[in-house]
Ligand binder design. Sequence first.
Ligand code: NAD
Length: 499
Amino acid sequence: MAVTEITHWINGAEDAGSGSRRQEVYNPATGQVTGSLHLADSNDLEKAVQAARKAADAWSEVSMSKRMQVMFKFRELVHAHTQDLAALITAEHGKVLSDAAGEVGRGLEVVEFACALPQTLKGEYSDQFSTGIDVYSFRQPLGVVAGITPFNFPVMVPLWMSPIAIATGNAFILKPSERDPSASLLLAKLYKEAGLPDGVFQVLHGDKETVDGLLTHEQIDGISFVGSTPVAQHIHQTATAHGKRVQALGGAKNHAVVMPDADLDLAADHLSAAAFGSAGERCMAISVAVAVGEAADDLVQKLGQRARDIKVGEGTQPDVEMGPLITPASRERVQRIVTEAEQDGAAVVVDGRDLVVEGKEEGFFVGPTVLDKVKEEMSAYQEEIFGPVLAVVRVDSLEDAIKVINSNPYGNGTAIFTGSGNAARTFKRQVTVGMVGVNVPIPVPAAQHSFGGWKDSLFGDHHIYGPDGVRFYTRGKVITERWPHQNDVVTASMNFPSH
Ligand code: NAD
């Protein structure tokens, strides 16, 4: 099979770069190498940063209405190319096509939010705050910003960042995941076709070497990161030490509480979709079901039934519901953790460890797995598995369920399934998690709100996209202004000026 050369996108064109290092890109459903990715060296990085610097200076002077015309056109193009983007995602990530198209749709919501930025960016005005003096504020772009993104959403996460960064007048350098890099190049072509000037959106491929170059480069003003917690911590520490504004979103262990008064069929349907959709490789996947009291036995039985019914295979097949994992190492991690849980006393209700997909024996597949009677000290509870494993933890009360969640170091998303408004209210007020669902398993906020977890799921002060995204990519400025009339007497005083 032909292997595609995957190059950078620098200053409005494909660019092979001068770096000699390459990384193989796989189709995880077949195990075949499909791409040879060019990794940037320091010259490539410098070229991209200089192009971004120049582009940022010019782009920040372009009128708001012209910038919005580009965003509207980009919105139409991404919408029209949804299936092309989905096909690239499925070929390198493995998720099923409908899920990949859904990812593009969620990214588009942020593009649409960016199309309405004139409303968000209006600023504030205090007329005649002191006699003859007006005070007002507005926001200006940071300059050159970089986004470093994970493999699990190769289109949506770059669209969480770049539309807002660009619409607010910055130049944006994307360092996508090296595991599924191709969709980012189609995004670059669509930005160009929409009329975005060269250098405002660029794609630089690479690994830790390239990332560290971005984190320490003196001409980069801000870093957005989404990925695992240890890398998020490294990004936050290094980039803030180099004077940059940083938002670094990390990993997750998302719990869903199921109360005895919940509709258990609804809960089981939604939990299995949230645990096994995209093979569990979502930062908002539910990986722990906390079953309260008598909900447990029925819930486990229903979850087991649903997990056994899921059709696993290549994501391009129309009847397939779950694709492969991203790498053989991810599959081995899932197999190890399930084996450890079994040895430590958990019940393996459904076992996906040895699943083989006929005709795709080289693919990186594991099947949906349900573990019952999982305890907090087990690796299946402590590690972010990032695979299709749902661990059931049994507790006696809502209070105990909240204690379990609040003791967990992560705080990305959580949900409660209940028929009681009072239980839901207690839960949403007391839980130490950034995004909470009530009878909604994956509470990813709509684009007009912002996305972000608490605790080890986010380092930095700003959540991503929505109003926080606008604040992140801009700096506020406050003007105090006086235009005295020719005949006005304006006296100066040695005392500190007061109103
Ligand atoms: P990752 O942390 O391995 O990689 C993310 C990015 O960082 C990639 O672009 C990669 O090239 C780069 N990188 C990797 N190691 C690095 C290092 N040592 N130094 C500098 N850069 C490095 O994450 P991943 O495996 O691609 O994605 C899965 C992880 O992302 C999971 O932990 C998941 O929970 C998390 N995630 C979180 C969110 C969120 O919103 N909080 C969203 C999506 C994914």
